[in-house]
Write a protein that binds this ligand. Structure first.
Ligand code: KG4
Ligand code: ZN
Length: 332
């Protein structure tokens, strides 16, 4: 089954062609980073307008790169939520109209379910059941995953998401947007032992997270070192990153042990973080656990992961009807 995926939940316009939920024929991602950069974050109204401009060229590019005519598509899968409503509506309505005119089935997909399934687009996917850490700009959660479409939430952030903390700390230090990748690079030049930041909730039995206190600790450090924090920036970001990495790796490994799973998946934009990838791999292998992390391109938002989930629903005969709508907040 050849599924066409479309994703427009935030600041990336993406389209992809995926065969049987695992083989990517094309995956095009058009980023709006330069548009939002001057504002230090995503401006929802601008995001919607950019999606309107980009959707047709991105769709055409995905079809051309896959070497396929639109008549060769079996179905369409599109992100339904959570995300920015104005942004979601662009891809959602495009997909719905596209499926209607082509007279093929279509399905609205949960963005988080897409991220969880991104590991199945790689050559070495985990066997079920496994535990998944989803760390992105909007969400930080741990799931017990029992099938492509079945998972139970074990814990989630009570305030900021991990990616959001990276972005806010970068903004505080005047490093620009998006902060994750900037901090990732800069932290390599600092020493994580020089400045120690708190590891919120690390020793608590809960699988929930909290990152806002850590963000505040960084802010306080900057205020207390008003005159010389600039030359300490590599150490500040290295110390901050190490605290996030410690909490994330500690909790996901503990979750794997609790559920007696030998396999861990780590997905979402923050899973691209070099230090996090290194640390989780090392700690997990010490406990005999195998970690599955998608390539950096598949960690960030993309439409291939949406097409992958779509395939598993459509295979079961589940599709959306034309009256469906988007949603902005996480679904339970
Ligand atoms: O999954 P994603 O592309 O979009 C959402 O669904 O939110 O995640 C974006 C988030 C941003 O907060 C970004 O700063 C963070 O992922 N991110 C990173 C890295 N690359 C992206 N955080 C840490 N290290 C990175 N290398
Ligand atoms: Zn995402």
């Amino acid at each position: 089954m050849i599924v066409f995926g479309i994703e427009t939940s935030c600041d990336e316009t993406a389209a992809a062609v995926v065969v049987d939920g695992k083989k990517i024929l094309s995956s095009i991602v058009s980023s709006q980073v330069t548009v939002h950069h001057p504002y230090g974050g995503v401006v929802p109204e601008l995001a919607s307008r950019e999606h309107v401009e980009a959707i047709v060229p991105v769709v055409n590019e995905a079809l051309t790169a896959a070497g396929i005519d639109k008549k060769g598509l079996d179905a369409v899968a599109v992100t339904r939520g959570p995300g920015l409503v104005g942004a979601l509506l662009v891809g959602f309505n495009f997909a719905r109209a596209f499926a209607f005119t082509m007279d093929i089935p279509w399905i609205g997909i949960d963005h988080l379910e897409g991220h969880i399934n991104s590991v199945f687009l790689e050559s070495d996917p985990p066997p079920f059941p496994f535990v998944a850490l989803l760390a992105s700009g909007g969400h930080t959660s741990i799931y017990h995953v029992t099938s492509h479409t079945g998972y139970a939430l074990m814990g989630q952030t009570r305030d900021d998401a991990a990616g959001e903390a990276f972005d806010k700390v970068a903004k505080m230090l005047g490093l620009g947007y998006p902060g994750g990748i900037i901090i990732d690079r800069l932290a390599g030049k600092g020493n994580p032992q020089n400045i120690s930041f708190p590891r919120p909730f690390m020793d608590k039995s809960t699988f929930d997270f909290s990152f806002s206190g850590l963000k505040t600790a960084v802010r306080r450090y900057i205020q207390d070192h008003r005159n010389d924090f600039r030359r300490q920036i590599p150490d500040i970001v290295a110390g901050f990153q190490e605290a996030v990495v410690d909490v994330l790796s500690n909790k996901i490994i503990r979750a794997a042990k609790e559920k007696e799973c030998n396999h861990i998946a780590m997905v979402g934009g923050v899973a691209a973080n070099k230090r996090l990838r290194e640390k989780i791999m090392r700690e997990a292998s010490r406990d005999g656990l195998t970690v599955h992390i998608p390539s950096v391109e598949l960690c960030g938002d993309n439409a291939a992961m949406i097409a992958a989930v779509g395939y598993h629903y459509l295979k079961k005969g589940i599709a959306s009807d034309l009256g469906d709508d988007v949603y902005s907040r996480i679904k339970r």
